[in-house]
Design a protein around this ligand. Structure first.
Ligand SMILES: [Zn+2]
Length: 122
């Protein structure tokens, strides 16, 4: 667990209005989306990791940069988003090989294809 965060300023008083900016609560819909994303991500990782794919490519609207995010980091980012309403998505990866990362859309299409072929066999 990541309970080693330095000095959590809102640990003593969760209702402190000063934290509103840094710790915006997620709406139930946003939380639902993230939970679904986490479940999808687990499926994608299970399917794609054995083929040598190491993570997801995100075309980040904030930095206008392509981010290469490993499976584990992506999952911890989403969990962090659920738990704390923030994400460490912008952490720079160490020298990623673009060939080893796929877009979310590719992963979804791949998973759909696998599911389709499995039900076709049946
Ligand atoms: Zn970014």
């Amino acid at each position: 667990m990541s309970s080693d965060l330095p000095g959590e300023p809102y640990a003593d008083d969760a209702d402190d209005a000063d934290d509103a900016d840094a710790n915006v609560p997620l709406s139930p819909e946003e939380r639902e989306d993230i939970v679904v994303d986490l479940e999808d991500l687990e499926v994608y990782r299970t399917l794609l990791e054995p083929t040598g794919i190491k993570g997801i490519v995100i075309d980040c609207p904030d930095c206008e940069t392509i981010h290469h995010i490993g499976w584990a980091l992506m999952q911890s980012n989403l969990r962090q988003l659920l738990d704390e309403g923030i994400t460490g998505l912008h952490e720079p990866p160490y020298d990623p090989d673009p060939a080893e990362y796929v877009t979310w859309e590719y992963a979804r299409g791949y998973a759909d294809g696998v599911v389709a072929s499995e039900s076709a066999i049946d």
